[in-house]
Design a protein around this ligand. Structure first.
Ligand code: C2E
Ligand code: CA
Ligand code: CA
Length: 545
């Protein structure tokens, strides 16, 4: 103790300029603190009062500062795990508000109660503040792993009590970054972390999960109390007058404490995700029916890499027909996931997840390669090859490697460009995607506009379009063909499309009547169950024989 004291005193004297107090009577701590700051302003008023009321702390920083005081005060009575606490805020000096770093170090008794505090006040430049905050973000005091351990400890300490996992997400955080700059975004996150630190008691655990995601684990008695706590967090988490951001809270009430902590956190995440885009609601409780989503998403993400490596993704081919000649003129490559235990999984059940996590880029490249290899085999066997069209996801279009990937595949398998066609659902409305599509066109690829007639695409998109072929959407065809008016719309769409020099193919053709109708309207290409379902390559090879 003597030594420690000695050390602090030394600092006091060697660093006179920035050190502002050392006091071994905790009660007077804030008095001294306020006193020092008032002196900077050469004011003689009550220092504590001044501190809180006379805007010695920049109003925008007051929440952070109060959370800081609050935490130290709590530590005085109940103990505090940290040996020092630091925040950064603007403090008024003679030159106006300036960034300061306040660092308090604690000397504690056996019960972890603070008995002495040494405080440092250090002026900082904005750049230093930035670096500090980034550091705080990188070196959180609790990593998710440490948190999991702490949660287990709490579970065994309070076996009878109820626990909740709360995930916090700063909504549209990307937008905050874009509008105000990354530095400000980092500041927001730093403030959230230090506010959580201030709000949470010693037994309420918190951590930062990733960029703008945080997790709090707390005990509760009633749900009402939990909601109140969330509202309290919410009120304290918005520091800025002019910048408002919403925080979404996903809550998981622990029902089985033996479950893996990771799954509990996942459940809170799932509840939080269910809020996305709902402006009227920012708290959601986990419910069982969210679970099937969790398991399938988890299943996909846990298994996708192995699946690709082990060839579980298989290219199926669905033939395209000439209606008038009733013969195969091409094929569309459609992926199937043949899982050793789950059996066949259709694209609808996994492609959206892969598009979200980016893995679709790898899968698509794999399928494109299968298509190229198949065409090569047909050519080697001296069969007349038919073109294969492959699907190109919007995620592929956002990658700047797309063109080189495709070119290299054609080069590797020595295939003429006409034989690998590209199906794209996106229109050119989005500027970046539009230019990607145009460069594919300039490179000489045949482009098919997938799902024409469904939602996004419109007649307007046909003006100056780089697409060569319009693919009439299955649902559009099936809906519209039901009524006279609908039939007229299909007929005129076909006429107009042909009139401006584009080719047409209809997908999802299920009956002879549909095929005949399309032919009458001038659309001579069709794909659908009426002709053939998507099939494995061997089967397709049999068919074209
Ligand atoms: P899509 O590109 O619109 O493909 C046509 C879908 O309609 C296929 O579903 C096909 O099996 C189905 N279909 C064809 N004819 C008929 C019919 O007569 N009746 C009915 N009811 N359905 C028919 P599938 O294979 O389940 O694929 C669904 C979607 O998944 C595709 O829609 C495409 O957007 C995506 N997809 C499939 N394979 C790939 C791939 O390798 N890469 C990417 N990025 N997306 C793919
Ligand atoms: Ca397609
Ligand atoms: Ca389609």
């Amino acid at each position: 103790m003597e030594n420690n004291q000695q050390k602090m005193m030394n600092i006091l004297f060697s660093n006179k300029k920035n050190m502002f107090f050392y006091w071994n009577c905790v009660k007077d701590f804030w008095q001294v603190f306020g006193d020092y700051i008032s002196k900077m302003n050469s004011e003689k008023s009550n220092p504590l009062k001044a501190l809180m009321e006379e805007e010695l702390i920049l109003p925008e920083d007051r929440n952070v500062f109060q959370a800081y005081l609050f935490q130290i005060e709590k530590g005085l009575e109940a103990g505090i795990p940290e040996s020092s606490l630091e925040i950064q805020c603007h403090i008024k000096s003679r030159e106006g508000y300036q960034w300061y770093s306040i660092n308090c170090r604690f000397l504690k008794d056996e019960q972890n109660r603070i008995i002495e505090i040494a405080g440092f006040l250090e002026p900082m430049s904005a750049v230093e503040i930035m670096q500090k905050k980034q550091q705080v973000l990188l070196t959180m005091d609790r990593t998710p792993q440490v948190l999991a351990k702490a949660v287990r400890e709490q579970f065994s300490k309070y076996p009878q009590e109820k626990f909740a996992f709360i995930q916090l997400d700063v909504e549209r955080f990307k937008m905050i970054n874009e509008l105000y700059g990354d530095a400000f975004g980092t500041e927001v996150l730093g403030n959230i972390l230090s506010t959580l630190k201030g709000i949470c008691s010693k037994e309420q655990l918190y951590t930062r999960l990733s960029a703008d995601l945080f997790l709090v684990v707390t005990r509760y008695k009633e749900e009402k109390e939990l909601v109140e706590f969330i509202h309290y967090m919410e009120e304290n988490l918005n520091h800025y007058k002019d910048v408002s951001y919403a925080i979404a809270f996903g809550v998981y009430l622990v029902s089985d404490k033996t479950m893996e902590i990771r799954h509990m956190a996942d459940s809170a995440a799932l509840a939080r995700k269910s809020i996305k885009g709902n402006a009227l609601q920012n708290i959601a409780f986990y419910s069982e029916d969210m679970k099937s989503v969790l398991y399938s998403r988890k299943f996909i993400e846990d298994n996708m890499k192995t699946a690709l490596k082990e060839g579980q993704f298989v290219m199926y081919l669905q033939p395209k027909y000439s209606i008038s000649e009733n013969r195969i003129i091409g094929a569309e490559a459609l992926v199937r996931w043949i899982h050793p235990e789950m059996g066949m999984i259709v694209p609808m059940n996994f492609i959206p997840v892969l598009e979200e996590n980016g893995f679709i880029v790898k899968l698509d490249e794999y399928i494109w390669e299968q298509a190229c290899a198949t065409i090569r085999k047909w050519m080697d066997a001296k069969k007349v090859p038919v073109p294969i069209s492959v699907n190109v996801s919007r995620v592929d279009l956002m990658s700047d490697k797309l063109l080189s990937i495709l070119n290299e595949l054609l080069e590797k398998y020595q295939i003429p460009k006409e034989l690998l066609e590209l199906e794209i659902t996106e229109t050119v409305q989005n500027i970046n995607i539009g230019s990607a599509i145009r460069s594919l066109k300039e490179e000489g690829y045949t482009l098919l506009m997938d799902d024409f007639g469904s939602g996004a695409s419109s007649l307007n998109t046909l003006k100056n379009t780089p697409f060569d072929v319009i693919k009439i959407d299955r649902e559009f065809l099936n809906d519209f063909i039901e009524s006279d008016r609908g039939q007229k719309i299909i007929a005129h769409t076909i006429h107009m499309t042909k009139d401006i020099g584009l080719d047409l193919i209809a997908e999802g053709v299920e009956t002879k009547e549909q095929a005949m109708f399309l032919q009458d309207c001038g659309c001579n290409m069709a794909q659908g169950y009426y002709y053939a379902k998507p099939m494995a390559l061997e089967e397709f090879n049999q068919l074209i024989l």
